[in-house]
Design a protein around this ligand. Structure first.
Ligand code: N01
Length: 544
């Protein structure tokens, strides 16, 4: 069914977003016999992986782990081609899932939910899309992603710049060719670090405008090892279970020793061994990388040494060395030839700390040291993470407030699943859940399954309304911050902390207590009769 613009439709459940979370939620709602509908802003499914088709875009979780686990058949029939899947391959996978489970008939594309409100009289949500659709629903579920609300920096004159501009998180669908062009790129997080080597292959001149250097480790990507693939295919159930029992939802090789307990030789050998394996696993070299400053510094310094070896010009290498945060306390990056790109004669690093861009004019970025004439400017400047997409839905809750209004000093949520004052509204991978600190598909599946089981429980008990209790929520919010405060993460100016958005409260956004701990806690809550949640069947729905 397609939600048309002319009438207000009603569904048992509406899901916002058709990425990994939205598609699985739709599937589970159907299994429950609910009439569900998905509104998706893009003109295709895939969410993050639909929008992020910039050159070099690739996942840095192992292919065999970055997929759904809920269908054994799907798991067996899909064959990945590389160690780390490229954006296009992941998007093919998501489209395959949409077709295989016949999901498209309940998805409206080009339908960006931009407003909504809780209708107290009807005990339902009303949502509106920018394109004019309206729908009511008994249950509303956001599947809007943690890194979907892209942001451009506020730089004087940017509006008047006449060159081509791009954001990595809103990359055009048609091919973009930079051959022979003078290209600028701002941002050296995961997206920038992936895009820069690719842009350098085409651009005549490439200027990297760097504010903060980041830590990146090599991907050593390549064709998938057939034996590795077969091993996973043969052992998927056990491996998935093992992954769910880790703190990242990923089968890493988690270090079991402190860096400080090892001899200098043993530590150096271990870091070298892990560097040669590459990937985000490197950050887990020691068991205290994220909680012990000295241990973290040893690992950070090892990577600084590698950067100095890879970059030929010592002055450029010096600018690329991260000193303002410990490794992993901002999201660690994984690259293919990133540092080596600075050895190319047409690639220039511009250090924005010493020479900030003062303004743009119609053809150039201008610093106090001069003009950078640019035919195109790429922004890899990140996202209003975790809360941004939720706030921009403009959903008005029971007390007449939106998330934005309510979250002035930081997001409030019980388990990252629901927020008091927003009845019957579930937030998949919401703030205060492990979400983007994990293999996000593992976190998505856990949330979707928890929500589906909860809806089933409500059906069985004749409940039509669920609310988190204020006290339970307050306690959870406090716990999320306490756990974060025990780590080095809170000392970094990262998007985890909201530090990349001017005016955003400085609060640690996801839950860092670990996926397995969190999932067990959610199970405990259920076992205790959904502790911290209130259920009811209000008068308004008694006759429905
Ligand atoms: O965004 P980011 P991203 N002037 O926020 C700079 C996931 N991901 O899109 O550090 C100048 O990390 C900013 O500088 P600073 C992954 O979880 C995964 O790269 O704020 N510079 C920073 O360098 C990742 O962490 C994959 O000083 C400005 C950059 O822009 C998350 O998405 C691939 C600026 C933004 O980095 C986000 O990554 C891609 C300004 N005004 C993304 N504003 C993989 O799986 C911002 N910057 C591999």
């Amino acid at each position: 069914m397609n939600a048309s613009t002319s009438q207000r439709l009603h569904f048992d459940a509406v899901v916002i977003g058709a990425g990994f979370a939205g598609l699985y939620m739709l599937h589970r709602l159907r299994l429950l016999g609910r009439r569900a509908h998905v509104f998706e802003a893009g003109d295709g499914v895939g969410g993050t992986w639909y929008w992020n088709c910039y050159p070099g875009a690739r996942c840095d979780v192992d292919s065999m782990q970055y997929s759904y686990s809920w269908s054994p058949e799907l798991q067996q029939e899909w064959k990945w081609t590389e160690r780390y899947p490229a954006q296009a391959e992941i998007l093919r996978y998501i489209n395959h899932v949409a077709d295989r489970f016949d999901l498209r008939r309940d998805i409206s594309l080009n339908a960006k939910v931009s407003a909504g409100q809780w209708l107290a009289d009807e005990q339902r949500w009303l949502v509106r899309t920018e394109q004019g659709q309206e729908a009511t629903c008994d249950i509303l579920i956001t599947a809007t992603g943690c890194l979907s609300e892209s942001r451009l920096p506020n730089i004087e004159g940017l509006d008047g710049y006449k060159g081509r501009t791009y954001h990595t998180g809103r990359w055009p669908k048609e091919p973009v060719d930079f051959t022979g062009l003078r290209v600028g790129i701002m941002g050296t997080g995961s997206s920038g670090i992936q895009a820069i080597p690719q842009l350098a292959k085409q651009a005549k001149e490439l200027y990297v405008f760097q504010r903060t250097p980041n830590f990146s480790v090599p991907a050593w990507n390549g064709p998938i090892d057939p034996a590795h693939q077969q091993d996973w295919l043969s052992n998927y159930p056990q491996y998935r279970e093992q992954a769910r029992n880790t703190r990242s939802g990923i089968m890493y090789e988690y270090g079991t020793q402190s860096a400080l307990e090892m001899s200098d030789e043993a530590r150096a050998e271990e870091m070298e061994r892990r560097w040669r394996k590459g990937g985000t696993n490197f950050a887990h070299s020691f068991n205290d990388t994220f909680i012990n400053r000295q241990s973290n510094e040893l690992l950070s310094d090892f990577v600084r040494g590698k950067i100095k070896q890879m970059v030929q010009d010592p002055a450029v290498a010096e600018k690329l060395l991260p000193h303002d945060h410990g490794i992993g306390t901002k999201r660690i990056c994984v690259d293919t030839g990133y540092y080596q790109t600075y050895n190319l004669p047409h690639v220039k690093l511009v250090d924005l700390r010493s020479t900030p861009i003062e303004r743009f004019d119609d053809s150039a970025a201008i610093t106090r040291e001069g003009r950078y004439e640019l035919d195109a400017m790429v922004f890899a400047t990140g996202y209003d993470a975790v809360t941004g997409a939720l706030e921009r839905l403009n959903l008005v809750g029971e007390q007449g407030k939106t998330f934005k209004q309510l979250w002035q000093s930081g997001p409030t949520s019980y388990l990252g699943l629901m927020t008091a004052g927003f009845p019957n509204l579930f937030t998949i991978t919401g703030p205060g859940s492990p979400s983007i600190l994990t293999n996000v598909i593992v976190s998505i599946e856990q949330h979707v399954e928890w929500i589906a089981n909860c809806l089933d429980y409500m059906d069985q008990h004749g409940h039509t309304r669920i609310d988190p209790q204020q006290a339970a929520q307050d306690q959870w919010v406090k716990h999320v911050q306490e756990v974060a405060n025990g780590t080095l993460f809170v000392s970094a100016n990262s998007w985890y902390m909201g530090a990349n958005i001017p005016g955003k409260p400085r609060v640690f956004l996801p839950y860092i207590g670990g996926f397995s701990t969190y999932a067990s806690h959610c199970q405990e809550v259920v076992k205790k009769g959904y502790e911290g949640f209130d259920f009811s069947r209000p008068q308004a729905v008694a006759g429905r």
